[in-house]
Design a protein around this ligand. Sequence first.
Ligand code: OFO
Length: 164
Amino acid sequence: MISKTMQEAINEQINKELFSSYLYLSMAAYFEGKALPGFAHWMRIQAEEERGHAMKLYDYLLERGGQVNLKAIAAPETTWKSDLAAFEAALEHERFITKSIHELYELAAKEKDYATQVMLQWFIDEQVEEEANASEIVENLKRIEAHDTAVLMLDHRLGKRDED
Ligand code: OFO
């Protein structure tokens, strides 16, 4: 039987994972609206993955004889100032989730809840991948933006061509 404190903390994490799903679904709609179906597709898959994370915790809680208490999911942002800003927000969110998983692990250790520590190991590994994926896209987008700037600089230079 899982402790009430651990149960409450896992329920909080379920809510955070469902919010993650909501956030990425919102980003998918944002990219769809910008005619970027590839970006939207990536976000949709991410949204599904997050729902999967929530369900993993949900099933675990039930398996341990705990009670699942679903809470209200906050409304995510609907727009970002650029493609890069959206992915930076995704990376920032993943860092927040990593911190939350680590805190959950610390609580499980404090409570000597070994089964929960083992279950959370999967999430700790997953967060390394989640942050790496978002980070790689952020870096790629920064390169693209730098390229755009280079094009603008070239445009500026070509605009200075003297007439023959
Ligand atoms: Fe569930 O890993 Fe992202 O948020």
